[in-house]
Ligand binder design. Structure first.
Ligand SMILES: [Zn+2]
Length: 127
């Protein structure tokens, strides 16, 4: 992958990381509000539990995503970014641009997802 494309993918990842960090902060804020409104209010405990569960799930989801974004950024730093983690062949630049967090080439990703059909590979390429 050329330097220009690499830089483009890196910028994409940095932007994604910023978004995720911001959303994480907002999630923490929401959590604070929820725990404060708890005081002296026992009526709608179940609603609050539901809200808390939602916050937990969001946090988990975003944490996982943040981790894969950071892993991808690290792979760029180590210059292993366009090397497939499974077969060692280069990952197609087109695929990385569509899906910056990809660690597998198209064929390895398709193999892991089950039987290959042209439509499936195409869909995966689109991210
Ligand atoms: Zn591969």
């Amino acid at each position: 992958m050329g330097t220009k494309q690499r830089e483009r993918v890196r910028r994409q990842l940095m932007r994604r990381r910023r978004e995720l960090l911001k959303r994480r902060d907002e999630g923490l804020l929401l959590e604070q509000v929820l725990s404060q409104s708890e005081i002296g209010d026992e009526v709608d405990t179940s609603v609050k539990d539901q809200e808390r569960n939602l916050v937990e799930r969001l946090k988990e989801f975003e944490y996982n995503e943040l981790r894969s974004v950071q892993r991808a950024l690290q792979r760029i730093e180590e210059d292993e970014y366009d090397v497939c983690a499974s077969c060692g062949h280069p990952i197609q630049a087109r695929r990385l641009l569509a899906n910056p967090e990809a660690t597998l080439c198209v064929s390895c990703a398709a193999r892991r997802r089950g039987p290959t059909s042209p439509g499936r590979v195409e869909a995966w390429l689109q991210g």
